[in-house]
Design a protein around this ligand. Structure first.
Ligand SMILES: [Zn+2]
Length: 282
């Protein structure tokens, strides 16, 4: 039965091969399962987000400390909360670089600067409806509409609009300044101005720059006209230069515009007027 034995043992070969196959398959499965947790973390998101953060942080951190205006936001019509107290709040929205302080020597008392009279720009003749007041301060405005020239026509338009649409007796302001620094007489100074906002302009000398100084930039001629006019008003009417403020210091408005208001915030206008008042008496 040699052949029978041999054939019996040959039958074991496929059986053993099957066992080996099953065992190696199981072993391979265990190996795969064992390595799976190691390969797994690549899909875990916990590490990934820290990289972009780490990369972006250095970009904005240094500029944030160097300047509070990362991108010069266009000054918007967002009303600034009223600050009726004596400390005006700084608005970082000015887009223009402030002009340097004047350093020229001052001689003599401030004189009345050239002022274009009402009849010269074609004002209506208005004789009644005004209310008298005593001046105690100066307030700066802009008229709020962009302006690129043609002051007399604009003044006439403002006057008729004030009377027709607002029911005011006259232009609400006492003086207006054009792009070249020319000063125009509007409502007579001895009468109270008007406002569409919630402050009482009694006692205020109202100086207005034509244009929108949230958008336009104030120039040296205009700034010079403000200082000339304010210096003369302070001298003539015994006003304190520290009383020079912006409309937004009294009411919820962006007036006189960030690009003009910055010259109140940085002290340019007040200190220039104070210098003019410290003249040597001859
Ligand atoms: Zn105003």
């Amino acid at each position: 039965m040699e052949s029978g034995r041999v054939s019996k043992s040959w039958l074991l070969v496929p059986f053993l091969a099957l066992i080996a196959g099953v065992l190696s398959a199981l072993l391979l499965r265990d190996m795969l399962l064992a390595t799976a947790p190691i390969a797994g973390p690549t899909t875990t998101p916990s590490v990934a987000p820290s990289e972009p953060v780490g990369k972006f942080t250095p970009i904005y951190t240094p500029t944030a400390t160097a300047s509070s205006t990362p991108t010069p936001l266009p000054p918007t019509a967002t009303p600034v909360p009223p600050t009726p107290t004596s400390t005006p709040t700084f608005s970082p929205t000015a887009t223009s670089t402030p002009l340097p302080m004047p350093t020229a020597p001052v001689d003599g008392a401030p004189t009345r600067p050239p002022i274009i009279a009402r009849e010269e720009w074609g004002s209506m003749v208005i004789t009644e409806g005004y209310e008298a007041h005593t001046l105690d301060r100066i307030t700066l405005h802009h008229d709020g509409s962009e302006f690129y020239g043609g002051a007399p026509a604009r003044l006439r338009g403002l006057q008729s609009w004030s009377r027709r649409a607002r029911g005011w007796v006259d232009i609400p302001y006492h003086y207006l300044i054009d792009l070249d620094g020319n000063i125009y007489e509007a409502r007579p100074l001895e009468f109270v101005g008007d406002t569409a906002t919630e402050y009482d302009p009694t006692g205020h000398a109202l100086i207005t720059v034509m244009g929108n100084y949230n958008v336009q930039e104030i120039n040296e001629a205009q700034l010079g006209a403000i200082v000339d006019l304010a210096s003369w008003l302070c001298y003539e009417y015994s006003l304190d230069p520290q009383s020079i403020r912006g409309h937004r210091d009294y009411a919820a408005t962006s007036c006189p515009g960030a690009n003009l208001y910055q010259y109140l915030v940085n002290g340019y206008i007040v200190s220039a007027v104070e210098r003019r008042l410290q003249f040597e008496n001859p």
